[in-house]
Design a protein around this ligand. Structure first.
Ligand code: 7PJ
Length: 280
């Protein structure tokens, strides 16, 4: 499995870990602007030391009920961090955004992957992503972040998510984004109940479209809270367990806040895969 980024090819035959870098005001509280950028960059470089092979920079929270962020504020948060990071590491940088203007500015500043929880459905997003030359992660989400967890419903969640992803791949291809630039993501927790998240993880392999690698992001999410009855600060072991299962089910990229333990989990899962792991 491979992913074509501008000017380089990312080898995913061994799965890799994407470190999450939130640059919302609450994520690096107090201090001035310089401190906030600096703290974000230091945190990202620590994730690289821990083995992250992708860094996902986001300036807009998509958690259920999170407030909307203006274009100016989002640019202001992410661009200085992306510029500084691209000078200090060769690890590819991903921009987590739904806004076409942010996609283009972030790629110009050094990002090489666009991670869009709306799968390029915003007006102008397909064209902006195509023009940028960057790779794209297309994620499934039912509804909108503000209301998506109120009453999510599916007939066959796996079939519906796969159908959505296949349609978005076709839309990308038609807009000039080749499939070797695409990553697909079931969108754990985005308009899904626990049973839906579990079905998608259990049948991850059935979500595949062509040769596009799959990304799974579960770290600290409420599905772990629902299963384990634990708060957001106490979900590490659960997240690592799901990461292990996702790699065994064929995921190529694991998105996480907790890079070091997740890298260990990926290595263990790959050792099992090389030894002929077969599900019962
Ligand atoms: C995801 C994401 C995910 C992708 C977030 C959180 C919520 N992008 N952005 N996949 N989740 N591709 O990290 O808890 O699962 S924000």
């Amino acid at each position: 499995m491979q992913l074509h980024l501008p000017g380089r090819v990312l080898d995913l035959s061994d799965p890799i870990v994407m470190g999450v870098l939130n640059v919302t005001p609450d994520s690096f509280s107090d201090g001035g602007r310089y401190t906030a950028v600096d703290a974000a960059v230091e945190r990202a470089l620590r994730m690289v030391e821990e083995g992250a092979l992708l860094l996902d920079v986001g300036g807009e929270s998509t958690r259920p009920g999170a407030p909307a962020v203006s274009l100016a504020d989002e640019l202001d948060r992410v661009l200085p961090v992306i510029e500084a990071l691209s000078r200090r590491t060769t690890v590819p940088i991903s921009i987590d955004t739904r806004k076409p203007e942010v996609m283009e500015a972030a790629v110009a500043a050094g990002a090489s992957l666009i991670n869009d929880v709306a799968a390029l459905r915003a007006p102008g997003a397909l064209a902006a992503a195509a023009r940028s030359g960057a790779a794209v992660c297309l994620m499934h989400m039912q509804g909108e972040p503000g209301s998506m967890q109120l009453d999510p419903r599916y007939g066959d969640v796996v079939a519906e998510v796969r159908q959505f992803l296949a349609e978005r791949v076709a839309a990308c291809n038609a807009a000039g984004i080749a499939s070797d630039r695409l990553v697909l993501d079931p969108g754990i927790g985005f308009g899904k109940r626990l049973e839906h998240n579990l079905a998608l993880l259990a049948r991850l392999h059935d979500l595949r479209v062509g040769a596009c690698p799959l990304l799974v992001g579960v770290s600290r999410k409420s599905m772990l809270g629902a299963m384990l009855g634990r708060g957001v600060t106490d979900r590490l072991a659960g997240g690592v367990a799901v990461a292990t299962a996702a790699v065994l089910a064929g995921a190529g990229i694991i998105r996480t806040h907790d890079v070091a333990p997740t890298v260990d989990a990926v290595r263990v899962a790959m050792a099992l895969r090389h030894a002929g792991y077969a599900s019962v």
